[in-house]
Design a protein around this ligand. Structure first.
Ligand SMILES: Cc1cc2nc3c(=O)[nH]c(=O)nc-3n(C[C@H](O)[C@H](O)[C@H](O)COP(=O)(O)OP(=O)(O)OC[C@H]3O[C@@H](n4cnc5c(N)ncnc54)[C@H](O)[C@@H]3O)c2cc1C
Ligand code: FES
Length: 295
């Protein structure tokens, strides 16, 4: 990973706030709301990110926002971002064309603890667009397959049309070194697979060795509590369950306090946390609870 050299010096902080230019070299519409962009740094440098880290993306006149890497660091000649059109910047990013430029700062944050995950069985639970950062992790693990034990992916989307990365899903499903379980909440006539929320195949079909397994979970906050319950029910330790949290970010690098969660800065201490790190932090639990109430 690229280091923020001498970040404590004021001039270096200014330098690191300065976005560098990245050129769009590919664009695919994954769904009506989601676009996949492939980019390269104009400087030709490598970003050398970790799965689970994010970039601060900017467009002049539209602002700046954190977006997770959805490509593996083993893909060295370019990197990919999957963007949902929800507001100013993300809608403008949907209008980008190959050859256009965006500003990028990063990579930032604490991603998945790859070293600690090596040698272990990995159970990945993805909900909705949570599959985007997990695609980075899955493709990394498949490219370094010998470093990990059994791989299981449980992915739930709201409808068949909301499923992201359909080509990747089909390719992963066809492999015999990763066990995939896909489900949708609301099937349509085209869907012949499982129906129900992501916790159902996790509960009924996933067999794991709790002492050997690390779980990586990314999805809507409402999902986290129920996924945690199922994993704990299977005998997993809280310390072996990893969640990636989403908060409002501003600086993205531990300076402004916008993303503060009790005593944690989500942008710097996370976005990936062990469940044990969140248990004593009431605000994290309250965020999940209030999401429940909105459902
Ligand atoms: C670590 C991290 C990784 C992320 N990765 C991705 C990614 O890979 N792809 C992607 O599409 N988005 C991702 N996001 C979310 C993205 O940064 C926000 O949606 C961002 O606000 C989009 O900017 P905008 O200007 O388009 O929307 P805005 O105009 O800022 O907001 C549009 C709407 O989204 C709401 N909103 C903004 N931020 C959040 C938030 N963090 N949580 C809940 N609601 C919010 C606003 O209230 C508003 O209703 C990530 C966020 C974080 C913190
Ligand atoms: S976004 Fe500024 S401290 Fe986290």
């Amino acid at each position: 990973m690229r280091k923020i050299e001498g970040l404590e010096a004021a001039e270096d902080i200014t330098r690191f706030y300065q976005p560098e230019m990245a050129r769009v070299i590919g664009k695919w519409e994954l769904t009506e709301m989601m676009v996949l962009l492939r980019l390269q740094l104009h400087s030709g440098e490598l970003l050398d990110h970790e799965p689970g880290q994010f970039l601060q993306i900017s467009l002049p006149g539209y602002g700046e926002a954190p977006i997770s890497f959805c490509s593996s660091p083993t893909q060295t000649e370019s990197f990919e971002l999957c963007v949902q059109a929800v507001g100013n910047l993300s809608e403008a990013m949907h209008d980008l064309r190959p050859g256009n430029f965006v500003g990028v700062r990063g990579p930032y944050g604490r991603g998945f603890p790859i070293d600690a995950m090596q040698g272990r069985d990995i159970c990945i639970v993805a909900g909705g667009i949570g599959i985007a950062p997990l695609r980075s992790l899955i493709n990394y693990m498949l490219d370094c397959r010998g470093d990990f034990g059994d791989l299981t992916l449980v992915y739930g989307a709201r409808t068949p049309g909301d499923r992201l990365f359909k080509d990747d899903l089909a390719a992963w499903d066809a492999r015999d070194d990763i066990h995939t379980l896909f489900t949708v909440d609301q099937p349509d006539d085209s869907w012949t697979g499982r129906t129900g929320v992501v916790t159902e195949p996790l509960r009924d079909e996933v067999q794991l060795d709790p002492d050997r397994t690390t779980a990586a979970v990314v999805g809507p906050p409402v999902m986290y509590r129920y996924v945690a319950m199922e994993l704990l029910e299977k005998g997993m330790a809280e310390d072996d369950i990893l969640f990636s949290l989403e908060r409002r970010f501003k600086c993205g690098m531990g300076k402004c306090g916008h993303c503060q969660l009790n005593d944690l800065y989500v942008c710097q201490d996370g976005p990936v946390f062990r469940y044990t790190e969140l248990l004593g932090r009431t605000e994290a639990i309250e965020v999940w609870a209030s999401e429940d109430e909105r459902e």
